[in-house]
Ligand binder design. Structure first.
Ligand code: ATP
Ligand code: NAG
Length: 267
């Protein structure tokens, strides 16, 4: 962030409350009646380009709920990269730390700095030999069923399974563990409460669940930043609700709701 202390500047208004370090991806989506076999060419009936990438998705959801956000990322210096920077701006996300590079294949890295800010870590995509510091240094560790399985070696298909996995992750040093369970909502476990808790979500007619996890994480980041005194369980109830809205429309970022379209009691 820019240096503070300059007279006459309202830094409070400029500094982002939610900073996401993560990926920005251009989704090239072909709708087909079936998957092609190896080497086969088939006709699709629709094609579209969308904005994706887990980091940017989460940032967009937090921004649409009203969070002051900044995206730390690197995209290519090409038309997709230019369009992506424009998409971030359209969503009112600061692009001060959104870089562009001439090298086509740019890797992404998640960096956690233990600097007195609240960190929410989403181990996606998960690797079994995750650096153990990720467990101990992040304030909130949030993953889905697949990621929980990879990280713990346990099968995770139900709230009861997630409870066991959360206890194991806590044993690795996590302060707060959240495991999302699709239509089953999520399970939470925190250092202050000894027992894991299942937070169910209401039944909705799911149309497209792509990006539901990122909607959930983005919403949670919003509540952690703007309603830090809300009980965690209530933050998760509200994040469940917002992610459930996102599964009722198609697309990833295109399905993420704005604050103005959500019930007032979420804010
Ligand atoms: N069918 C559904 N009905 C209601 N809520 C849902 C449904 N699917 C997902 N959600 C909500 O979204 C959250 C995240 O879903 P999920 O655990 O499937 O994440 P994910 O696997 O990372 O998602 P994806 O990979 O599809 O983006 C859930 O905790 C829940 O709040
Ligand atoms: C969980 O997230 C990963 C990305 O890390 C994704 O590949 C996987 O399909 C997700 N699992 C579920 C059950 O949606």
């Amino acid at each position: 962030m820019a240096a503070s202390g300059e007279p006459g500047r309202q830094w409070q208004e400029e500094v982002a409350a939610v900073v996401v370090v993560g990926s920005c991806m251009t989704d090239l989506v072909s709708l087909t009646s079936r998957l092609p076999k190896t080497g086969e060419t088939i006709h699709g009936h629709k094609f579209f380009i969308g904005f994706g990438g887990k980091g940017a998705n989460q940032c967009v959801q937090a921004a649409r709920l009203g969070a002051k956000t900044s995206m730390v990322c690197k995209v290519g210096k090409d038309s997709f990269g230019n369009d992506y920077i424009e998409n971030l701006k359209q969503n009112d996300i600061s692009t001060e730390f959104a870089y562009q590079t001439q090298d086509a294949a740019t890797g992404t890295a998640s960096i956690i700095v233990n600097n007195e800010v609240k960190t929410l870590f989403n181990p996606a995509p998960a690797v079994a030999d995750l650096d153990p510091r990720f467990y101990t240094l992040s304030d909130v560790f949030c993953c889905n069923e697949t990621e929980a399985e990879i990280l713990t070696g346990l099968k995770v298909h139900s709230p009861a399974d997630a409870t066991r996995a959360a206890l194991l992750l806590k044993g690795k040093g996590c302060h707060v563990v959240i495991i999302t369970l699709g239509a089953e909502g999520c399970v939470m476990l925190s250092k202050t409460e000894p027992m894991p808790k299942h937070i169910p979500t209401e039944k909705v007619k799911a149309v497209d669940t792509t990006g539901a996890g990122d909607s959930f994480v983005g919403a949670l980041a919003f509540y952690l930043a703007y309603y830090p005194n809300l009980p965690l369980e209530e933050m998760l109830r509200r994040s469940n609700f917002i992610a459930a809205v996102s599964v009722q429309a198609t697309g990833t970022q295109s399905s993420y709701p704005y604050k103005k379209d959500l019930p007032r009691d979420l804010f």
